[in-house]
Write a protein of this length. Structure first.
Length: 428
């Protein structure tokens, strides 16, 4: 029997309070004051853990003490921070799970397919949200909020027989349906939908002021300054400064690595500095390997500091991202490959990438020598041989049969990649 994800989590019914909620408590006592739930009965990983920015702004003729949030679900919320009253909510990206927020009830009006109960459904935003943890910023000078936006779809489907499996992700969604299609043209078509941008948002009008489309989706947090500047690092390895009021690009610097963190500004002895942690990683970089590899940069974790007139340059970073595919012959049955596919997507995908395509922060399993070595594979996957390097033992989560089935599935995916690589080489 299919089971709605909301029922798995809360068999007694209800909205699953306080999931995806903004809750006000008194700091001295912890006493509850008010709450606003952005996504009742949350079923898509639309958390509301994103930043909350406070401001006093003039709204419909009067100054209001507000808070602003752009949570994962794609709506930009303005609440009265004293009372929790919802003042406005408009979507800051195209969304397909709901049409709007009903201002009477404060609830999103969902489209019927959004809960993917009967058939899988492609939704915007994805489980990564329209905005993830990368900090947005607000400039009182321009009155605009600068949001590092993720514009990515995801297919959601119900698992046929959901069973709680302690110690691994229990999303209650079908991770095979949510994976990549086999056909490369279809994969590329999805890749074209995987987008990201810097969005300047007018919170009073609840409309876009300007946008800058980025090459990658998973870009850095934002800093806005009193000097009419907005700084953001990008997935494709740049730190960029824009005019805060218009979005005009004024300056950029090649960071040699993707950037996900936000910059900070400070002053020492009358001199102003910008510092930023550069370095590439996080959920998107790990999971979306198919779309990261295309313009892959190494992860080089450094703190970079800038001041006006600074002349330092970065030493070159060697990087050869090409994975060599040399898989053994595939001997597994269809049933084994299916078990391997399911187990891989349920348990391994979060670090090794959707459908075994690595984001290259950790070894691409399709190029692993362990594909040739059944015992060695078992020693790593269930024996914990590489646990000190971050590859824990999965002995408590998957059986030896499942581990071996995953090896077969990865061999199959390596053969697929090898065939594509050969075809590309002959087409040159
Ligand atoms: C929480 C993250 C995480 C998960 C989940 C995970 N791995 Fe790993 N795995 C790693 C890391 C990190 C490494 C790299 C260790 C190193 O640097 O050598 C690794 C390495 C490996 C290697 C060695 C590759 C090589 O050639 O050196 C194998 C095999 C492997 N993982 C299989 C699996 C399988 C199968 C699963 C699912 C059952 C899985 N992993 C799930 C993090 C993870």
């Amino acid at each position: 029997m299919y089971k709605r994800q909301q029922e798995i989590r809360s068999p007694g019914g209800g909205d699953n309070l306080f999931l995806s909620s903004i809750v006000a408590v008194r700091p001295d006592t912890g006493e509850y004051v008010w709450h606003y739930q952005t996504t009742p009965g949350e079923s898509w990983d639309y958390t509301a853990t994103q930043h909350i920015i406070l401001a006093d702004i003039t709204l419909r003729g009067s100054v209001r003490k507000i808070l602003m949030q752009a949570p994962k679900n794609g709506f930009f919320y303005i609440l009265d921070r004293e009372t929790g009253e919802l003042l406005s909510a408009e979507n800051y990206i195209n969304i397909t799970w709901a049409t709007h927020v009903d201002m009477e009830t404060g609830r999103p009006v969902e489209v019927p397919e959004a809960r993917y109960t009967d058939v899988p459904f492609m939704l915007y935003p994805s489980y990564l949200g329209g905005h993830n943890w990368h900090p947005m910023s607000y400039s009182p000078a321009t009155g605009l909020v600068y949001i590092p936006v993720l514009d990515i779809p995801a297919v959601y489907g119900q698992p046929e027989n959901f069973q709680y499996n302690p110690g691994v992700a229990n999303t209650g969604t079908d991770s095979v349906v949510g994976g990549l299609p086999d056909d490369q043209a279809e994969r590329d078509a999805i890749g074209a939908l995987v987008q990201g941008r810097l969005l300047a948002w007018d919170p009073v009008q609840q409309t876009e002021a300007w946008r800058v489309e980025h090459k990658g989706s998973w870009n850095g947090g934002v800093l806005s300054t009193a000097g009419n500047l907005v700084f953001q690092g990008t997935a494709d390895g740049n730190l960029v400064a824009y005019r805060a009021d218009t979005g005009e690009q004024l300056w950029d610097f090649s960071t040699q690595t993707g950037v996900v963190a936000p910059p900070i500004a400070y002053e020492i002895d009358g001199e102003q500095y910008i510092s930023i942690n550069v370095g590439w990683g996080g959920a998107f970089a790990l999971v979306f390997g198919e779309y990261v590899q295309a313009e892959s940069l190494p992860n080089v974790s450094r703190v970079l500091t800038f001041k006006r007139g600074g002349k330092a340059t970065l030493p070159a970073v060697p990087w050869t991202p090409t994975v060599v595919f040399n898989p053994p012959e595939l001997k597994a049955s269809d049933a084994t490959l299916q078990l391997g596919h399911q187990t891989y997507q349920d348990v391994c995908m979060g670090c090794h990438g959707l459908n075994a395509v690595s984001g290259l922060l950790i070894p691409d399993l399709r190029g692993s020598a362990y594909l040739w070595d059944e015992t060695g594979w078992e020693d790593v996957v269930r024996g914990g041989k590489l646990k000190d390097l971050g590859m824990a033992s999965f002995a408590n989560n998957i059986s030896a049969k499942q581990s071996e089935a995953v090896r077969a599935y990865v061999i199959q995916q390596a053969q697929r990649a090898q065939a594509l690589q050969k075809a590309a080489a002959t087409n040159l």
